[in-house]
Design a protein around this ligand. Structure first.
Ligand SMILES: Cc1ncc(COP(=O)(O)O)c(C=O)c1O
Length: 411
């Protein structure tokens, strides 16, 4: 059971006060941070939890009988239990710590590849995937003689559900819960249900969902779910791969080394129980403890209230930006998180990003690690603003004003 929300009333100033970085000046201007889809900022509680580990209990986990090691192990395993509860996994050992979504998806692809892909099989992804959910599958397809198939994307930036290329050779469906470039919230439950009927293993890339949606892995029905800590107010270098117990038991380990073994001889190695089978070597202990704290911090608030606030920012930004002559928003799905990607005729996104930075405004420019999606929309890159719960309407106004000014200079 998740704890009761402590702060049901959404107060953006109360939230802002907890993020030390928001007091920074950039080029002499107050920082406006709209690059949360790349990495979110961290509340003081997370920073403190991470540094408290180093200051008071730094030692390796699951290795020592000494007091510090026991405390570090308990703190790490408490984070695992927090994450289990947050995503409603059945067991804590279904939560595997990784270096991030990329680490999680590589583990998933290489292990599933070994478990079930053979010549002529198919892996199905979508046309809006981040490179982290394309390249590992391409690599394993090449290794096992399988083929990568792609769900096409509509003009509004949604999956074209009438054209999902399921076939009797599809073994894995690996798709994003939310698009990092378009903000589209995908109808994953529907697609997973269809995949399940066909006996297909389902993998969700939840990198952009975890900070904005209530994620319930049992309700979604997915087999594997990947996310990064740093996009959910937690430390960089941390991530999670959730996996359904029965599937994880069957999946071979991906990396070998210390901690993932039961017994080792030169002839044969047997592997440790879940989740350790998939956690070779020393983990990012401080980061994992910080991630647990980030999740507990989010749980103090009402996620739907946070999401509503971010959606209001999105609506406001969309309406204001569309006033600019020649501006086109890429991605107009009905269901979106607070991500807005746009192009402006005659203005290069890189130049715009540079001029916005001079006003203290941090946005992302480029292809956002979704080159095939850029090709689909016939652009080389976009400017992307991605909102978090600590952003304000005034900041959106500042971005719109700075964009108008930049456009005048650049045209
Ligand atoms: C949808 C999506 N998937 C995967 C990733 C990769 O995440 P990480 O770099 O934290 O491993 C990102 C990062 O932007 C993302 O947005």
């Amino acid at each position: 059971m998740k704890p009761e929300v402590l702060k049901p009333v959404f107060d953006v100033q109360e939230i802002r006060a907890q993020f030390p970085i928001l007091k920074e000046l950039v080029h002499g201007k107050p920082l406006v941070y709209f690059d949360n889809a790349a990495t979110s900022q961290k509340p003081r509680r997370v920073i403190k939890a991470e540094s408290a580990y180093y200051a008071t209990i730094n030692s390796n986990v699951h290795r020592g009988v000494h007091t510090l090691s026991t405390k570090a192990t308990e703190a790490q395993e408490a984070a695992r239990e927090t994450i289990r509860r947050h995503i409603n996994a059945r067991h804590a050992h279904e939560v595997i710590f990784t270096s991030g979504t990329t680490g999680s998806l590589n583990l998933a692809a290489f292990s599933l590849g070994q478990l079930l892909l053979k010549q002529g099989d198919e892996v199905l992804i979508s046309g809006m995937e981040h490179h982290a959910n394309i390249v590992p599958w391409q690599m394993v397809c090449e290794r096992h003689g399988a083929q990568l198939k792609v769900i096409p994307i509509t003009d509004s930036g949604e999956w074209d559900l009438a054209q999902v290329p399921f076939s009797d050779k599809t073994r894995v469906l690996a798709v994003s819960h939310v698009s990092n470039t378009l903000g589209t919230i995908n109808p994953v439950k529907e697609l997973i249900a269809e995949a399940k009927k066909r006996g297909i293993i389902t993998v969700l890339d939840g990198a952009q969902a975890i900070a904005h949606l209530d994620v319930d892995v049992q309700d979604l029905g997915c087999d594997l779910y990947a996310f990064s800590g740093h996009k959910a107010y937690g430390p960089t270098g941390t991530g999670v791969l959730y996996g359904r117990e029965e599937l994880l038991e069957r999946m071979p380990p991906w990396q070998g080394g210390g901690e993932m073994i039961d017994t080792v001889t030169f002839e044969k190695t047997t592997y440790a129980k879940l989740p350790f089978k998939f956690e070779a070597g020393t983990p990012h202990i401080a980061g994992i403890i910080g991630l647990g704290e980030a999740i507990r911090w989010m749980e103090d608030y009402d996620k739907p209230a946070m999401a509503k606030h971010e959606h209001e920012l999105l609506e406001h930004a969309s309406n204001q930006l569309l006033d600019i002559d020649g501006l086109r928003i890429i991605g107009s799905a009905k269901e979106k998180v607070g991500v807005i990607s746009f192009v402006i005729e005659g203005v290069h996104h890189y130049d715009l990003g540079t001029l916005l930075d001079q006003q203290g405004i941090a946005v992302r420019t480029g292809h956002h690690c979704t080159q095939p999606l850029m090709e689909r929309f016939g652009v080389t890159g976009t400017t992307r603003a991605s909102f978090a719960c600590f952003n304000t309407m005034e900041e959106v106004d500042a971005m719109v004003a700075a964009t108008k000014k930049a456009v005048k200079m650049l045209r």
